[in-house]
Design a protein around this ligand. Structure first.
Ligand code: IPE
Ligand code: IPE
Ligand code: MG
Length: 235
């Protein structure tokens, strides 16, 4: 079995999972955390290099203040709770996105958690929080422009490779497989630049029900793909 080096997941369907059970949406988000634990463990065990999870999009801040603040609280408690376990499993943590929106205690905990796990050499877990693919590209363009103004680089250095150095996933392998749960067939402003040649996998399963078997199914589907990257096999 060919294991993707980099898997990215749009973890969608928490709200619907809760609504189906007449439960508040936050219960769906809490159950979603269990699925995250399962998938992180499975990816680590399989030897996936990088797992990028979409936890909160730049557009999700437009949800009710109640849901947004409960999500911040959940994010904070999960970060605090899980660091020890992640460390035990040799997981490196990277949080990408515009964290300035988050309350100060969340920002501080995020910085501390990343620092504590920075020396680990196993799975790299990337959490996209207040992240948008368009934001990432605009942010990279601004940094590249600043580097030109400072004289660190010239406009000629802004090639595809040179530019990607300014993106959030600069040092990670290319995204091989992008998974979206809950049946929606869209990207919702997740990774844009980085999924140029990713294989896409959509499942109707709601995120809280996503487990190791679902992950296995996605990887099996990936194994049947003929990745041509625009060229053709000569026979
Ligand atoms: C995904 O689940 C988690 C976040 C966006 C934070 P949703 O909350 O979008 O769940 P649905 O799509 O309403 O079911
Ligand atoms: C995408 O899901 C964001 C995350 C999973 C974090 P959404 O539920 O926000 O996306 P839309 O609204 O269906 O496009
Ligand atoms: Mg959704």
């Amino acid at each position: 079995m060919n294991i993707p080096k980099h898997i990215a997941i749009i973890m969608d369907g928490n709200g619907r999972w809760a609504s189906k059970r007449s439960l508040p949406r936050i219960v769906g988000h809490q159950q979603g955390v269990k699925a995250v634990r399962t998938v992180v463990k499975a990816c680590g065990a399989m030897g996936v290099q990088t797992l990028t999870l979409f936890a909160f999009s730049s557009e999700n801040k437009n949800r009710s203040t109640e849901e947004v603040s409960l999500l911040f609280k959940l994010f904070l408690s999960v970060l605090k709770q899980e660091v020890k376990k992640l460390n035990k499993h040799n997981v490196r943590l990277k949080i990408i996105g515009d964290l300035s929106l988050f309350p100060e205690n969340v920002q501080k905990t995020a910085i501390e958690a990343q620092a504590q796990l920075s020396e680990n050499t196993g799975l790299t877990l990337v959490i996209a929080a207040n992240y948008g693919g368009q934001w990432d590209i605009a942010h990279a363009a601004k940094q590249a422009a600043e580097a030109v103004v400072k004289g660190d680089i010239t406009p000629e250095d802004i090639t595809i490779e040179g530019f990607s150095n300014y993106l959030c996933l600069a040092n990670e392998p290319a995204v091989d497989l992008l998974i979206r749960s809950s049946g929606e067939l869209r990207i919702s402003n997740f990774l844009l630049w980085d999924i140029a040649y990713s294989e896409l996998y959509f499942t109707d399963t709601l995120w809280p029900d996503f487990d190791a078997t679902e992950l296995q199914k996605a990887i099996e589907s990936f194994n049947y793909r003929d990745r041509r990257f625009g060229s053709r096999k000569e026979n």
